[in-house]
Write a protein of this length. Structure first.
Length: 550
């Protein structure tokens, strides 16, 4: 029993990691590929210098593209589950390294509280639930590994630190922050070691510089004088937002950002730490300066490149902000050994923060889930229309009903499906999918096939029709099943008629509309043949009789 009590923090850490892994996989298991991931799946399937080194949103993404290609070749594209498993591994590894770093400074209990807060950081739901965010996780993971390697104080640790920095910079520009940390760490050593150890940060910096000269200088940039002048406020709000997030006071999903609570926490924290330092007059632990350099580099570089959608309260920025704050606090509180009562209060505060943050995490998942449904439905429509869809057909927001798929073009998508399998619904699955997906599939299909109409005025024949015709209109509104190829819709003289169609959408909902037709006209509706057997249904809204004929 005594041994178990002594090892309680380690056992609880293992339980927290296992619970976090189960939570992440449970929340994401039925999700598919999302947003920027499609840029890699569609446009970077070949391992060439251009696909590996071309920037994405101004960042180097060498390792994320390499990993995506590896997963694609090993597991195919029929399921995104391998991506979510990899995301879970990255999250657990990052949390474990944070625990080790903090434990060395303030002990295992406070390290446990810090790790739990990071694992359950709901306001950072984008990072916790979206595999593409390994572009942000990667630099933090390998940056932490670099800091721990430097603490060895030997050549083997220095070599490992250099290798970790190369990995960090290969995931995204966030790695630059840890290059700054390494440079400060080397500069803090004896002067005689500066030159022999400079390779730790010089090699990664030169590699990044070579990439920037070859590829990165063409990347989109939002650097401006206005951003630079506004950067101090941006940085303060970034710190405040991350503090509020860790305390369970972060902005709920979909709510207007409000860093007020975080600002109050920041002011209080600065006062408490300042008074403590004045009272103890203890020497600040030297480990503070490298992590402070990395944190400030992160916040200021983000501020310099800010634009709408990249504000301090953005979900993806909360994770890195929380990590840097925890690293800074661990160094400021070095060798603190809290009393039993303080530990109990810390455990209670951690539990109180975790509860609201898990609610926010669940809300983030609820926001992503409909996007996953639309993705599987919209791509299913492209596959169904594969015989006639134009290669350049694009799933824009207006067509797809979501802003998550602008990187999906029919030609490139179908090539990827042929080679690696399909993540889309089958036609049978589409019939059982949520209503929003079924409705959007009809809209995409109508434009991908595409459906078309040609109307001839004065072409209604009062005595026409035959066995191949169905009478509707006259207020009937009864849907008429259609066959592929051509359908003739004859409208008797009178007010204009409206035509709407559905295929996979639920009964009573007709999401596809046409221009309709005036009275005394005949309209040819062309429906190209495709890969699904489910018929289209036509609803005619007209006060006068209308014939629908094959």
């Amino acid at each position: 029993m005594e041994r178990m009590t002594r090892n309680a923090p380690t056992l609880l850490l293992g339980a927290a990691l296992a619970a976090a892994a189960a939570m992440t996989l449970a929340l994401t298991w039925e999700m598919t590929f999302f947003q920027d991931t499609w840029a890699f799946l569609i446009n970077r399937r070949e391992l060439t210098a251009d696909t590996l080194l071309t920037p994405h949103n101004e960042h180097i993404v060498f390792f994320p593209v390499l990993i995506e290609n590896l997963l694609l070749r090993v597991f195919g594209m029929s399921s995104a589950a391998p991506e979510y498993v990899l995301l879970t591994v990255f999250l657990l590894a990052t949390a474990t390294l944070l625990y080790v770093y903090v434990k060395r400074r303030v002990g295992e209990w406070l390290a446990l509280f810090a790790t739990v807060l990071l694992l359950c950081l709901g306001p950072a739901w984008e990072v916790l639930l979206w595999p593409f965010e390994i572009t942000f996780l990667g630099p933090i993971l390998f940056g932490l590994a670099m800091l721990l390697a430097l603490e060895r104080g030997d050549r083997r640790g220095d070599v490992a630190a250099c290798a970790f920095l190369v990995c960090a910079i290969g995931f995204s520009g966030l790695g630059i922050c840890f290059i700054a940390a390494a440079a400060v760490a080397v500069a803090m050593g004896p002067r005689r070691t500066w030159f022999p150890r400079a390779y730790i940060f010089v090699i990664p910096l030169l590699l990044y510089g070579a990439w920037y000269l070859g590829y990165g200088d063409e990347a989109e940039s939002h650097l401006s004088l206005a951003n630079v002048l506004a950067s101090p406020r941006f940085v303060i709000d970034s710190i405040a937002s991350a503090l509020g997030s860790m305390a369970g006071l972060g902005t709920p999903v979909g709510a207007a950002p409000d860093p007020s609570w975080g600002r109050a926490l920041l002011v209080g924290l600065v006062i408490v730490l300042g008074l403590r330092q004045l009272r103890l007059r203890s020497r600040i632990h030297p480990g503070l300066w490298p992590v402070l350099a990395a944190a400030l580099a992160n916040w200021f570089l983000t501020a310099f490149n800010a634009f709408p959608g990249r504000d301090p309260m953005s979900s993806r920025y909360q994770y890195a902000g929380a990590v840097f704050i925890l690293l800074i606090l661990a160094n400021l509180l070095k060798d603190v050994r809290p009393s039993r009562n303080v530990l109990i209060a810390g455990a209670v505060a951690t539990a109180l923060a975790v509860g609201p943050n898990l609610v926010i995490l669940k809300d983030g998942r609820d926001l992503l889930e409909p996007q996953s449904v639309l993705t599987q439905a919209d791509t299913a429509a492209i596959e169904i229309a594969s015989r006639t869809v134009a290669p350049e057909f694009q799933l824009t927001q207006e067509v797809a009903g979501t802003p998550s798929l602008p990187n999906v073009y029919a030609g490139a998508y179908l090539e990827a499906v042929e080679e690696y399998g399909s993540p889309a619904y089958t036609p049978a699955e589409l019939l059982a999918a949520p209503e929003a997906g079924r409705k959007q599939a009809d809209i995409v299909l109508s434009q991908a096939l595409p459906l078309s109409t040609v109307t001839e005025l004065g072409a209604y024949e009062p005595g026409g029709g035959g066995e191949a015709c169905v009478l509707t209109g006259g207020g009937d509104g009864r849907p008429v099943p259609l066959s592929p190829d051509l359908t003739r819709i004859e409208v008797a003289p009178g007010p204009p008629a409206e035509f709407s169609l559905r295929r996979f959408a639920v009964a009573g909902e007709f999401p596809v509309t046409t221009e309709g037709a005036p009275g005394d006209s005949a309209t040819l509706l062309r429906i190209p043949r495709d890969r699904a057997r489910q018929p289209w249904f036509l609803r005619v809204e007209a006060t006068q009789p209308t014939r629908v004929c094959r």
